[in-house]
Design a binder for this molecule. Structure first.
Ligand SMILES: *Cc1c(COP(=O)(O)O)cnc(C)c1O
Ligand code: SF4
Length: 430
């Protein structure tokens, strides 16, 4: 385990440059004109092994590289860059590439609910019992992940679709929809907000006295990208943050910190481990989730190590996702069949308490679909995926197994062929 001995208050984006060859630096600069790029000194000083940066999982997670763009797109941007075309023309080239990267998968705009006939931009309500809230001050992160499905939100001209400053409308909405039991603060990363800002939202929620609201969740990658936010020895605001967590727990709500970890390397230092300890001391639970990513974590050993380590540190494995079809998807995607086999291998050997994970799961337009099994049908000699919705727009459609035709190469749900006589699919296709 690495000991962390300092932090500097300001995010720096420069220091890493000295480790990289000229050519690589240029490539990063170029690709980051298309895909959002942000790093900081904690990531560069403690998480990346610079001796071996090209294969380092955190380097790949945080630094764009040229293979994340299709070769012809890369060449197009490079040409415009090297020929110093006017900025406006350059932006046009860049935006064309961005739009070809499927910026809005799974039609998320359709999840925006209405309050008294007016759309609540900044909220998504897809599943019966939970609403997502996108606070406007939380729509960036301490650093950005190269695979992120929310990448268009970090790009100015691809409009930021979801954000809201007012929480009163959200609390009214929760009151009017009594089956909503949970609110999930998301982003970006809500933990980029100061504790004072988060406290304003939390105070409003408590002031609203919502009896139907049991749980407050924060979806965040701050434990990987800025654990200092929870370390009073390093940050003046950390104590306020931890007190805020205590306030939520003492106020009688369950606080679930939905932590995003992509690789065991992110958990292997004193800063993150102390941060985990401090958060748990407040009475909050930490649940973990992440997608499977080629070039970063597509091995059963990595997942087994990750779950084992998480349990040891007091966290609860929650979801293993399948990477969505957006951004540099070709670079990261892994066939469903391969993911299932990898998962099966990983879960078998990961110890009893790692088995709380729901996996592998795709967030598709109708809901979260889990691959439950690959089965051989002796009647026709063919293979099938057995699946179920663990979440669906219509709760009636959850936890009903159905079959899809096996396809060795498919990387997403909508590439699979349906099988006739599926009771669930008959209701939900389209
Ligand atoms: C994943 C997700 C949630 C949370 O789902 P849980 O299964 O409760 O963790 C809520 N809303 C949307 C739109 C989601 O995609
Ligand atoms: S921390 Fe989360 S929201 Fe931010 S870039 Fe990474 S995956 Fe996306």
């Amino acid at each position: 385990m690495k000991m962390i001995t300092y932090n500097t208050k300001n995010f720096r984006q420069i220091e890493y440059l000295k480790f990289l060859p000229e050519e690589t630096r240029k490539e990063i600069e170029l690709v980051s004109r298309v895909l959002p790029f942000k790093t900081n000194n904690y990531v560069t000083d403690y998480l990346i092994d610079w001796e071996n940066y090209a294969n380092d999982p955190v380097f790949i997670l945080n630094f764009p590289n040229r293979e994340m763009l299709r070769e012809d797109d890369y060449q197009r941007v490079k040409w415009a860059w090297e020929n110093r075309v006017p900025e406006k023309e350059f932006q046009r080239v860049v935006n064309k590439v961005r739009l070809s990267l499927n910026p809005h998968p799974a039609n998320q705009q359709s999840n925006v609910p209405k309050l008294n006939g007016k759309p609540l931009n900044g909220v998504q309500h897809k599943y019966r019992d939970i609403v997502l809230f996108f606070p406007s001050q939380g729509q960036t992160c301490h650093a950005h992940c190269t695979f992120c499905f929310r990448w268009p939100q970090f790009v100015k001209d691809l409009d930021l679709q979801f954000q809201m400053r007012e929480i009163d409308e959200v609390t009214d909405y929760i009151r009017q929809n009594e089956h909503v039991h949970e609110i999930l603060f998301t982003g970006g990363d809500p933990m980029i907000m100061s504790p004072a800002t988060i406290k304003k939202y939390i105070d409003q929620i408590f002031k609203a006295k919502l009896d139907n609201l049991d749980t407050i969740r924060f979806g965040t990658k701050s434990l990987t990208y800025w654990p200092f936010a929870f370390l009073p020895d390093f940050s003046d605001e950390a104590e306020d943050m931890l007190n805020l967590f205590r306030q939520i727990v003492d106020g009688g709500k369950h606080l679930s910190f939905m932590a995003h970890f992509n690789h065991p390397q992110e958990m292997d230092n004193s800063a993150v481990q102390e941060a985990i300890y401090n958060i748990r001391q407040t009475g909050a639970e930490i649940r973990t989730q992440a997608p499977v990513l080629r070039n970063i974590n597509n091995s059963s050993k990595i997942w087994r190590d990750m779950w084992t380590q998480q349990v040891k540190l007091g966290m609860i494995p929650y979801y293993m996702f399948i990477e969505r079809e957006t951004g540099p998807y070709y670079y990261f995607s892994v066939p469903l069949a391969e993911i299932y086999e990898m998962y099966q291998h990983a879960i078998k050997y990961s110890g009893s308490l790692g088995k709380t994970v729901t996996a592998p799961v795709m967030s598709a337009s109708q809901g979260k679909v889990q691959i439950m099994a690959v089965v051989d049908n002796p009647a026709d000699g063919k293979k099938y995926f057995m699946m179920q919705y663990v979440r669906n727009r219509n709760v009636e459609n959850t936890y009903k197994p159905f079959f899809m035709e096996y396809d060795e190469k498919a990387t997403w749900f909508d590439q699979l062929k349906e099988v006739e006589m599926n009771p669930v699919m008959a209701n939900v296709s389209g």
